[in-house]
Design a protein around this ligand. Structure first.
Ligand code: ADP
Length: 233
């Protein structure tokens, strides 16, 4: 296994309990630090792929192999997942509790946890929000708070499901800056082609559970025939 790779996915297939095949023969590799965007029409399997790679889908129905880089241990602890809807991952009554949740669970001393939370909040432009209640924050603020909650766990690999969805153009610009600054390997499902063009090193076009194209964002997004064929234009 080559240590330059963060993730190697070989012949991944997934079938939901109702018999629907959502992923078929998916093969690709993510290099360390690479940011790859998955695009594809609704129902293509983008969310299913992210969930399958994060170990969030039932093993029954899943086949193929998902390998991590050589020296990566404690696989689950080193993956972060940003859900489409931040309300699905709020666990604390205050921003401080929410963002620091995994630190306290891992036994990090409270003073150190407070410091790490403050750093992560600065990183997502929510400095000083510690005592705020997540229920009284905007959708975009909650998304960035969830991102801070991932960052404190120091993941090497982050999956993001439609990070720009529900954000206004200014918030998308802010998110783009934050994501660009992050050194982590990222795999994101996104229909925001501007974000994809600005952020991704490569684009993976998925349709009906299959990878139909893998290449540079400029090449794929400017291929009118390809984009039209898969309902993206
Ligand atoms: P995308 O994220 O690209 O919109 P999804 O991964 O959500 O696509 O869905 C891929 C396919 O799997 C679709 O046909 C969808 O209807 C189906 N699907 C998604 N979730 C489930 C589920 N829990 N049970 C059965 N089928 C599902």
């Amino acid at each position: 296994m080559n240590a330059d790779y963060e993730l190697i996915v070989t012949d991944l297939n997934f079938k939901y309990p109702n018999g629907l095949t959502a992923l078929s023969g998916v093969n690709f590799r993510l290099s360390r630090g690479e940011k790859v965007a998955i695009i594809g029409p609704n129902g293509a399997g983008k969310s299913t792929l992210l969930l399958a790679l994060s170990g969030l889908l039932r093993k029954k129905g899943l086949s193929g192999t998902i390998e991590r880089g050589e020296e990566r241990e404690e696989q689950a602890a080193r993956i972060g997942f940003l859900f489409q809807n931040p309300d699905d991952q709020i666990i604390g009554a205050s921003v401080e509790d929410d963002v620091g949740f995994i630190l306290l669970r891992e036994g990090v001393a409270p003073a150190r946890a407070r410091l790490l939370v403050a750093e992560a909040l600065e990183q997502v432009r929510l400095g000083g929000y510690q005592s705020r209640s997540p229920s009284e924050m905007s959708f975009g603020e909650k998304k960035r708070m969830s991102l801070a909650g991932l960052l404190v766990g120091k993941p090497d690999l982050i999956f993001l499901d439609e990070p720009a969805l529900g954000l206004d153009p200014r918030e998308i610009g802010q998110l783009l800056k934050i994501l660009k600054e992050m050194p982590q390997t990222m795999l994101l499902a996104s229909m925001d082609f501007n974000l994809v063009l600005e952020l991704a090193d490569r684009v993976l076009l998925l349709d009906r559970g299959r990878i139909v194209s893998l290449g540079s964002p400029a090449d794929i997004l400017s291929d009118r025939v390809l984009m039209e064929k898969h309902g993206l234009l």
